[in-house]
Design a protein around this ligand. Structure first.
Ligand code: GDP
Ligand code: MG
Length: 164
């Protein structure tokens, strides 16, 4: 049975784009409209000769206030319950949103190691500044990544795979 890594985060932060990086394919569908996803739930992924499954919680739909609704929590909980680690994805270009704070507060109480990936950090200099804002979430070190360019994703996966 392969270890499962849960990808969580509000819509449009680039979860599916990151999943495509991890799988080395384009099986997850990237959308411009927030909240829409047709991703397969479990995607076989690999890094440094290690195989694992990525579960994308992209099906999560937020209401207009972007509240972390009970059903959303339920879905994320199910994904997290079977996961050995979680990657919490946020948008470095947008900065912290209320939904990020809610998800973060919830995640901190879960019994699963997590990593904070600050996506859309294409430029290394700007990326560090963008990522640094997310210390505020109180979830440890924000790791700048770009799902589109691939920068930082190796360091992220090294960190994630070190916990299983
Ligand atoms: P999801 O809803 O979290 O799964 O997000 P998607 O992967 O569908 O991406 C949402 C939007 O963000 C799309 O328009 C992507 O092209 C864009 N996006 C994803 N990753 C990056 C990135 O690393 N940099 C930038 N600039 N845009 C990104
Ligand atoms: Mg998605």
């Amino acid at each position: 049975k392969l270890p499962i890594v849960a990808i969580i985060g509000r819509p449009n932060v680039g979860k599916s784009t990151l999943v495509n990086r991890f799988t080395g394919s384009r099986t997850a569908i990237v959308h411009d409209e927030p909240g829409i996803t047709r991703d397969r739930l479990y995607q076989p992924s690999f890094w440094r000769d290690r195989d694992f499954l990525v579960v994308d919680t992209g099906g999560i739909v937020f209401d207009d206030d972007s509240e972390f609704l009970p059903e959303i929590r339920q879905q994320a909980m199910m994904a997290l319950a079977e996961a050995v680690a979680a990657i919490f994805v946020v948008d470095g270009q947008e900065g912290i949103t209320a939904a990020d704070e809610e998800i973060g507060n919830w995640l901190r109480q879960q019994n699963v190691p997590y990593f904070l990936a600050v996506n859309k950090c294409e430029s290394s200099e700007q990326g560090l500044i963008q990522a640094a804002q997310f210390w505020e979430l109180g979830l440890g070190e924000p790791l700048p990544v770009s799902g589109i360019h691939g920068s930082g994703t190796g360091d992220l996966l090294d960190a994630v795979l070190s916990c299983f």
